[in-house]
Design a protein around this ligand. Structure first.
Ligand code: FMN
Length: 269
């Protein structure tokens, strides 16, 4: 499967078949995780957690026997870096038939943090179950999906702009950025808030975070994890289309709407 097909096929899986995660899939996922770098070059330690041994669970997930968790130093850009690397693992899992759900909230966080032996100065932003999707979603899963309109996304021209935030960009006019931006549009985000915005200026694409007031805290901003996911989808889809891009942190100082803050720039290499 191509990257864009994998991105289109992925959805959060909260109802698993009950079949234990196969040894070969565990190995493939952990081997891939070791290579899942991020453009911020921040190291992340990945761990698989067996639910039987650890007693861990999530109230919204059924039928799983394994979680994956990552921990890292709590440093500037940790959120985007984590979002980027974890999403690479999520897409890899999808490509081998293993379902996932990003989980930041619906878990006993203290229990997971003990299980990964989190130390002072470290953070474990999210975890995900790993397993094989059940044939049928649980009632709770269907209701959760409805609650956050999980099957829908904002329109292309609500998210992406041409030169300035005053000029919406249509998919038809996006040229070589069309598929990478479509990959961003389809990304998962916390409570499906889709905070990513982007302004295209020729060979450069400036990414911004449209902050929902309820989620921003000075200390830790979960929507920056969503931004990392968006950057990951953009870069993987651009590369697949033969456009090599590199990340820069250089705020162009464009006038931006309220609660909309610069995250990063992708430029053609
Ligand atoms: C950073 C992040 C945190 C999330 N936390 C949770 C969570 O705690 N519980 C949950 O059930 N889903 C969680 N989700 C999943 C989102 O609700 C889901 O991605 C979104 O509704 C879109 O649905 P889809 O993934 O099926 O496309 C999270 C997603 C992201 C990206």
């Amino acid at each position: 499967m191509s990257v864009i097909e994998t991105i289109r096929a992925r959805r959060s899986v909260r109802t698993f078949s009950g079949e234990p995660l196969r040894a070969e899939d565990r190995q493939k996922i952990m081997a891939f995780a070791e290579t899942a770098e991020n453009p911020y070059r921040l190291p992340i330690t990945w761990m698989l957690l067996d639910t039987e041994q650890t007693g861990l669970s999530s109230p919204v997930i059924v039928g799983e026997d394994t979680f994956i968790a990552g921990k890292m130093q709590r440093v500037p850009h940790a959120e985007e870096a984590f979002g980027y690397s974890f999403e690479r693992i999520v897409l890899f899992a999808e490509s081998i038939g293993v379902g996932t759900t990003w989980i930041a909230g619906t878990m006993d966080r203290a229990a997971f943090e003990r299980a990964v032996a989190l130390r002072p100065g470290e953070v474990m932003p999210c975890v995900s179950p790993l397993g094989y999707p059940a044939q049928k979603m649980s009632v709770r899963e269907s209701l959760m999906r409805k609650g956050v309109k999980a099957n829908s996304r904002l329109d292309f021209s609500d998210l992406f702009f041409d030169g300035t935030f005053d000029t919406p960009l249509s998919a038809e006019k996006a040229g070589k950025w069309r598929t990478p931006l479509e990959a961003v549009r389809l990304a998962p985000s916390a409570v499906n808030k889709q905070p990513w915005r982007a302004v295209v200026c020729g060979e450069r694409v400036y990414f911004y975070e449209h902050r929902s007031k309820a989620y921003a805290s000075a200390e830790w901003d979960i929507q920056r994890i969503d931004m990392g996911i968006a950057l990951c989808h953009f870069a993987l889809a651009a590369e697949e289309n033969g456009v090599a891009v590199s990340l820069r942190l250089e705020d162009p100082g464009l006038p931006a709407p309220e609660n909309t803050v610069y995250t990063a720039t992708y430029t053609v290499e």
